[in-house]
Design a protein around this ligand. Sequence first.
Ligand code: ADP
Length: 353
Amino acid sequence: MKDEWNYPGEGIFVEPPVESGARARMVIEGVDLLEHLQTPALMVARGQVRFANAAAKSLLGAHIVGQDVRIAIRDPKAVAAILSESGGTARIPGLSTGGSVWEVDCKVVNGTDRIVSLYDLSERVSVAKSHADFVANASHELRTPLANVIGYVETLMNPKAGSNEELRERFLGTIRHEAQRMQALISDLMSLSRIEAVKHEAPSESVDVVHLARELTGEFRDSAHVELVTNCESAVVAGDRGQLLQVLRNLIDNALKYGQPGGPVHVSVEAASTGWLLVMVRDEGEGIAPEHLPRVTERFYRASNSRSRAAGGTGLGLSIVKHIVERHRGRFDIESRPGKGTTASLMLPLRDQ
Ligand code: ADP
């Protein structure tokens, strides 16, 4: 049986010999189906690309039709899978963009023709990588205080050091501090996973943010200078009260940690006629250098490692803020002028009343 006729899509279509009419019809119908697939697909026969659907042409270029498959797809492993007797799969790194990962899947039909599908795995691979990075970072952050706790406990178990009252007190203080660091980290990790679990559920409680801000700033009355300014008596959003409280708490905590000791911290809550609520938390601290600014909402990213750790920071506070604001369909922004201070602001859609 002859199979050296062209497939549609190449421009010229040569009628197949009469005896192969049924097969030809099947192939034509198959090719027609492939053309409309979103997945890039090729038909390869005798080592040559005979047909490429629109998605494959846009990925690899229209010129691949008629090309030797080794030139059309340069990756040796992918070519080996395509040309192997029974087909197979292979991964191609960097096929579309530098960091992309594609999978080639080759099925042999009619003993000779090959249908090659290309699947973009880039997103899946990058999610898996960021998950692995996150677990590695979290383990590293926990390992350091844990190693300190073990080290100090072992020293205290030594009768000589353990009987020195002053040393004992000091070491126990350090052990408590390190244990608190681990506790803060575990609590932030649990917050992140709870937020992650409900991220697709739109929050539905009616939350008065003015009331929330009053309650929270009031907590600092005796310990720090945190002032609240607002242009309305109440401003209601569809939200998760606990999460919005956590956002404000994290922002005020940061303004106190990295701002002037004891404040001032300026909190403002403004309802705008556009239907948005603007909440700002401003401090007068050293600020954040411009090169760090775009990354401070990444998990475990710290603009200043030593300051964050000395202040008991976990490196997760702003990442928690960003995720909560996203769940509330809002916007989060942070601006800073080195030497002058930092302003964290969020916009939330007001609930129609
Ligand atoms: P941390 O627990 O370390 O405070 P965050 O996620 O809350 O972590 O913040 C990330 C980093 O951003 C901090 O380590 C700090 O370097 C910087 N940062 C956050 N808020 C401020 C601020 N108000 N002023 C200066 N730097 C800040």
